[in-house]
Write a protein that binds this ligand. Structure first.
Ligand code: SF4
Ligand code: SF4
Length: 113
């Protein structure tokens, strides 16, 4: 998991919990919607990938592309984003699987989940 480009060093990052995520992809759709004005999984800045060959909770993997700005610039969403604002993916996740946090993990395996 990576911090959004341009906001590194401000002590916050998105955390993702594979045990909660059900792979509904709502976060992906809303990310493209607030930034680009259309629902398109391929241009979402969060990518949730579910593998049918792995077992729960290791069947879910997420990646944030470098252009994730923590919703600092969202032309199609009337909310303040960034480290002190809201993130669209956090707001819409029905299971609370993604959240912004100041927690810092030294265990890299933990950071991936
Ligand atoms: S924080 Fe915003 S830009 Fe980053 S993945 Fe979530 S919705 Fe997309
Ligand atoms: S909205 Fe929540 S449950 Fe659905 S894919 Fe995204 S993180 Fe997982």
């Amino acid at each position: 998991m990576t911090n959004g480009e341009g906001i590194k060093g401000q002590g916050k990052t998105l955390l993702f919990d594979t045990k909660k995520c059900q792979g509904c992809m709502t976060c992906m759709l809303v990310c493209s919607l607030v930034h680009e004005g259309k629902e398109n999984l391929s241009i979402s800045r969060i990518q949730v990938i579910q593998s049918s060959f792995e077992k729960y909770p290791n069947d879910i993997e997420t990646r944030y592309v470098e252009s994730c700005d923590l919703c600092l610039d969202t032309p199609f969403w009337n909310e303040q984003g960034g480290v002190d604002g809201k993130q669209a993916c956090v707001e819409v996740c029905p299971l609370g699987a993604v959240r912004l946090s100041t927690e810092i993990f030294t265990n890299l395996e933990h950071c991936k989940r």
